[in-house]
Design a protein around this ligand. Structure first.
Ligand code: I6G
Length: 680
């Protein structure tokens, strides 16, 4: 059959495009298009090559792995090729994979698969000789990678010397280096504050960190690793199944993904996919799918390989977290502290499991750095519970008519001047509480879950209450002339029963700890931990208000430096704020639980200097309640487990944090032990 000219041309065009994107992704760590768009191009090429096999060439991107090794790193030849994985994008494609496996094995009973999440990081091969780490290399083109040993050595969780008594003379392990989500968010936040370039996603941040010439940069990046397989080895017997190999690797001291397990048949593969998918946003790291591997190594050998991937494994992809769409307009949102944030109004796009039509551009600096214009095609990202953001512009698709975005001179809500001090990334509305947008946000923060926790009093209701003039400050919520069951029931989409429930929540919120109250006030840069430290040190409002007159004395409180002290001082110097506090704490207002006498030296507290992670479901209190108690006693809370964690408090179904703590040998406290620790 002769191949139509248009198909021939399309194949050439697709190969050119894919090669270009391979280079951007694998070699430059700077992809221009989201993975899903790349996958579409790749799939289209593969389908054309399947339809017209005469077009298939050895050098087609469908037959090769990754990109070329970069010159600035010494080349490392992999003694066993580092392959890629085939992808399945649907249950049907997974079913077809399973059927191919059954057919090749001439088997009808279900195949056992070792399954684990596919981390969105960078593949690495690490070689140990006589138990000592000697070289670590990227995948490169699968045959030759780049020597990044100096950077891999900075990964704390990776053993530099193998554990155990029988040390293999040679062992090459393969795995994925990744950046935990919390570390990634913190890194980008810091970059934004410094006006520096941010990373598009954790995978880019990982690749960018591993490809540093100077290892001190990588050492500052929160990199981690899971090992998922073995390359060459000598002087060690390996067991006959992949799952048992993972156990051996864990015994040698390697971090292995705690979510790995063995399932039987394709239905159990799909169950696992659903379960991990449901927990995707709660994991400490980003995953983009699940990898299924035939568990029996003899069966793996029988199945063998195709050009670029094993026949015995497949990656089942999750819905994309990044997509392409177009910027229709840029609007401005005014936050609690007056920060004016550009928000892109997008052509609606399905990404991260929902339809997204707005995405943050963070601040003017970032908008300018990314050079986002109205009409641009952009990559939008929605990962987990993080608000959608515009990651980058696809400059190749920019239209002539694309319009630059200018910071408005006046606040779009209250008309006050907008100012952006020299060198600052954030522009602010100068209207203060005159600006209804700032008032609304201040009230929303005040009632939010970690503050007063007034259930049912959501964002839309507060907008209505402020717009109608019913409330102007947080104190008005507790004024029955302004907010009562009848007035609430009169609002849009508000049933009588819900109005009564809200009134009950308002009542219940009147008993509040001093720390939560301080957090609820929304003082700039005073988060939960700082609020709790202030509460512990000053015990009550009287002594804090007095201390706020002398900003230096505030700096005796842990974590408070001159900048935050100045914000606190400024807050308590404003007449308006003092009036609202007086109304809130006066007759008929809140019942503030102050601690007295105040503890003057925070070092005296029971848990001072100790770092905690709380995970799983506790019976006698909520997780937030447990965290509050720890902070009240001077302890620090972190989201993820590291070697700096002192205790992991765990309830039921604790998940990966528990496993990680076990691995790192960190003290584990069940609920009974935790309650005992809290006893005076
Ligand atoms: O790129 C990969 C990610 C995760 C892999 C992989 C994996 O297992 C959890 N396994 C193999 C065999 C390969 N790539 C080639």
């Amino acid at each position: 059959m002769t191949v139509p000219a248009d198909k021939q041309n399309l194949v050439v065009e697709l190969r050119t495009q894919i090669r270009h994107h391979n280079r951007r992704y694998y070699e430059l760590d700077d992809p221009e298009i989201p993975d899903i768009e790349y996958d579409r191009l790749f799939l289209q090429l593969r389908e054309l090559e399947a339809e017209f096999p005469e077009l298939l060439t050895e050098d087609s991107p469908t037959q090769m792995v990754g990109g070329a090794a970069q010159k600035q790193f010494a080349p490392v030849k992999h003694s066993i090729a580092m392959l890629s994985l085939d992808n399945a994008f649907s249950d049907e494609q997974l079913g077809a994979f399973n059927q191919r496996v059954l057919d090749r094995l001439q088997q009808t009973e279900p195949v056992h698969y070792s399954v684990e999440p596919k981390l969105d990081g960078m593949a690495i091969s690490i070689r140990y000789e006589a138990g000592k780490l000697v070289v670590a290399a990227t995948r490169g083109d699968g045959r030759t990678g780049e020597d990044v040993t100096h950077n891999v050595l900075t990964i704390n969780s990776l053993p530099k010397i193998l554990k155990g008594t029988t040390v293999p003379s040679l062992l090459e392990v393969r795995g994925e280096v990744f950046m935990p989500s919390a570390g990634f968010e913190a890194l980008n936040k810091m970059a934004r504050q410094r006006g520096e370039k941010t990373f598009a996603n954790p995978r880019n941040a990982t690749a960018g960190s591993l490809r540093q010439l100077d290892s001190t940069v990588a050492a500052e990046r929160p990199l981690d690793i899971f090992i998922y397989g073995v390359g060459a080895y000598e002087g060690i017997e390996l067991p006959g199944s992949h799952s048992d190999v993972l156990l051996v690797l864990a015994d040698l001291g390697f971090p292995v993904c705690p979510e790995n397990k063995v399932v039987s048949g394709v239905e159990e593969c799909l169950d696992y996919y659903q379960q991990i998918g449901a927990r995707r946003s709660q994991l400490d790291y980003e995953i983009d799918g699940v990898v299924y591997k035939v568990n029996d190594l003899a069966q793996q050998a029988e199945l063998g390989f195709v050009a670029r991937a094993p026949r015995w494994a497949i990656a089942h992809k999750f819905p994309a977290q990044e997509e392409l769409t177009r910027v229709m307009n840029v609007d401005w949102q005014v936050g609690r502290t007056g920060a004016v944030t550009p928000v892109a109004r997008l052509e609606p796009v399905f990404v991260g499991g929902v339809t997204v039509s707005n995405a943050t551009l963070h601040n003017m600096d970032e908008l300018e750095r990314k050079d986002v214009r109205v009409g641009d095609t952009v990559i939008v990202r929605r990962a987990g519970d993080v608000i959608p953001e515009v990651v980058s512009v696809v400059k190749e698709k920019r239209l002539k008519a694309a319009r630059r975005v200018k910071l408005p001179v006046h606040c779009p809500v209250c008309g006050s001047d907008i100012s952006r001090p020299e060198g600052e990334a954030v522009a602010r509305c100068s209207g203060g509480l005159f600006c209804s947008a700032q008032r609304k946000e201040a009230i929303k923060h005040f009632v939010s879950r970690r503050a007063l926790d007034i259930e049912g009093l959501g964002s839309k209701l507060i907008d209505q209450l402020v717009d109608s003039g019913a409330i102007e400050t947080p104190a008005d919520i507790f004024n029955k002339h302004r907010v009562n069951a009848e007035s609430l029931a009169g609002l849009e989409r508000m049933a009588e029963k819900s109005a009564l429930n809200i009134m009950q929540s308002i009542e219940a919120s009147r008993d509040v700890s001093f720390g939560r109250f301080l957090y609820a006030l929304g003082i700039r840069e005073v988060g939960e931990a700082t609020a709790e430290n202030l509460a512990v040190v000053f015990g009550g409002l009287g002594s804090l208000e007095a201390a706020a007159q002398d900003v230096e004395s505030l700096q005796a409180v842990p974590d408070i430096g001159p900048v935050v002290a100045a914000y606190i001082g400024a807050f308590f110097s404003q007449e308006h704020n003092l009036e609202v506090i007086a109304q809130l704490t006066g007759v008929g207002g809140l019942r503030l639980q102050e601690t007295s006498p105040a503890i003057s030296d925070p070092a005296e507290l029971l848990l001072t200097g100790k770092t905690f992670v709380v995970t799983g479901t506790l019976q006698s209190m909520t997780r937030d309640g447990a965290k509050d108690r720890i902070r009240q006693l001077g302890g620090k809370i972190t989201a993820s487990v590291s070697k700096n964690t002192n205790f992991v408090v765990h309830g039921d179904a604790p998940g990966s944090k528990f496993a990680k703590a076990q691995k790192l040998g960190i003290s584990l406290l069940d609920e009974a032990a935790f309650l005992k620790l809290l006893e005076p």
